[in-house]
Design a protein around this ligand. Sequence first.
Ligand SMILES: Cc1cc2nc3c(=O)[nH]c(=O)nc-3n(C[C@H](O)[C@H](O)[C@H](O)COP(=O)(O)OP(=O)(O)OC[C@H]3O[C@@H](n4cnc5c(N)ncnc54)[C@H](O)[C@@H]3O)c2cc1C
Length: 400
Amino acid sequence: MTNWAGNIAFRARDVHRPTTLGELQRLVAGSPAVRALGSGHSFNEIADSPGELVALDRMPQAVEIDSAAARVRVGASTTYARLASVLHANGFALANLASLPHISVAGSVATGTHGSGVTNRSLSAAVSGLELVTADGSMATLERGDADFPGAVVALGALGVVTTLTLDLVPAFELRQYVREDLPPGYPFEEVMADGHSVSLFTDWRSTRVWLKRRTELPPGDWYGTRPAGGPRHPVPGMPAGSCTEQLGVPGPWHERLPHFRSDSPPSSAGDELQSEFLLPREHATEALAALTAVGDRIRPVLQISEVRTVAADDLWMSPSRDRDSVAVHFTWVKDWAAVLPVLTLVEDVLAPFDPRPHWGKLFTRWPSCPERFRELVSRYDPAGTFGNDFLRHAVPDTS
Ligand SMILES: Cc1cc2nc3c(=O)[nH]c(=O)nc-3n(C[C@H](O)[C@H](O)[C@H](O)COP(=O)(O)OP(=O)(O)OC[C@H]3O[C@@H](n4cnc5c(N)ncnc54)[C@H](O)[C@@H]3O)c2cc1C
C-alpha cells in the first residue's frame, strides 16, 4: 500500500472503506489510531497512520448545489474532476483549480493545495463549511465565522475525518490557454504573473516557458519578449503533450483549461517523480528566483522541471499562504531521494532568508513553527491523539 507516486509505503494496518456515515462513526470511535486517506497524491507520510486508514470513496458522494447562495456541498472524497463537471453543467465554477483534477476535495483542502493567479487564493479558501467525525465518533459542524473555523480547514487530517465540505462558487467561465517560449531574464515578475487569470512559469533555472490562462484573447505580438509555442507542450520536457489540457488559445470551459493535466490521463511524470514546493512572501519573488537561478547548475541534475506560481493571501491558520500574498516555487524532482535530498536542503538554505513555508503535501526537511492556536485546537479536538502520526508530531509538536 503506497501513495500515488509509490515513494511512501504506508505503515497502516489496513484501509477501511465504510459505505455509510454510521459505519464510519463506529470505526473511528472504536479505533485508537485512525486517519483519513484522500486520493493519496501527497509525497510524504502526512496521510499515513500507525493504526488504521479510512478512505471515504465508497460513501455517498453528494454534490448538492445551492444556486441562490452560490455554494456546493460535496462529499469529502469527491475528486475535483467529478465536482467540476457537475458544477459546469449547472452553470457554476470554482474560482481556481490545481494543476491536476484527480485529487480529492478533502485531501486537497487539508494541505492548502493551490493553483496560480495573483488574485486567486488557495483551494482551501473556497471552503465555507465542513462536517467531520471526531475522535469519539460524534459529528462536528464548522462554518465560516465560527472561532475554530480558520484552524479546521487546512487541518492536515488532525481534527477528525471530514465527511462533507461546502465551497463558494462563481459563474462558469471560459479560458484560453497559451504556452509562450523563452521568457527573457529580467522580466517584470508582477506584471507577467498578473496578465492572466492563472499564470505559471515552468523553468529549469536556465530557460523559462509560460503557461498563460486568460479570459480574453492574447493580442498578437511578442508578449514580454516571448514567442508562441509551435504546438501543444507538456510542462516536463520530453513528456508527450497528450495528457495536457488544450492549449494554442482555443477557448474552452474553465475546468478543461485551469488544470495543466487532463482528468483522463496520468498527470505530470505519471508518478516517476518526487515533488517539493515552498511559498514565500511575494515581494521577495524576484530576489528569491535570482538566488535559485544562481545555484541552477546544482539543481538541474536532479530536476525534471520547476514551476513558479502566485497565491493570494488567506486567513487559514495552517495555510502556507496565510496572511501573505505568496509566490510558490515548486520542484518536480527525479525519483531518487538520495540524490535529491542534498539538493533539496540546498534549496531550503537558499530560500531561508525569504521566510519560506513548505507545501504540506510535498517533500521538505525544515518544519515551520506551529501556531499556538492550532496546537490548542488539536489538543481540544483530539486529546488522546487518535488522528496523530509521525508527520503531525513534527508539524504540531507537544500534542499527544
Ligand atoms: C502530479 C501532482 C500534481 C500536484 N499539483 C498540485 C498543485 O497544482 N497545487 C498544489 O498545491 N498541490 C499539488 N499537488 C499536491 C496535492 O494537491 C496534495 O498533496 C493534496 O493534499 C493531495 O490530495 P489527496 O486527496 O491525494 O490527499 P492525500 O494525500 O490522500 O491526503 C492529504 C492529507 O489530507 C488528509 N485527508 C484526506 N482526506 C481527508 C478527510 N476526509 N478528512 C480529513 N483529512 C483528510 C489526509 O489525512 C492527509 O493529511 C500535486 C500532487 C501531484 C501528485
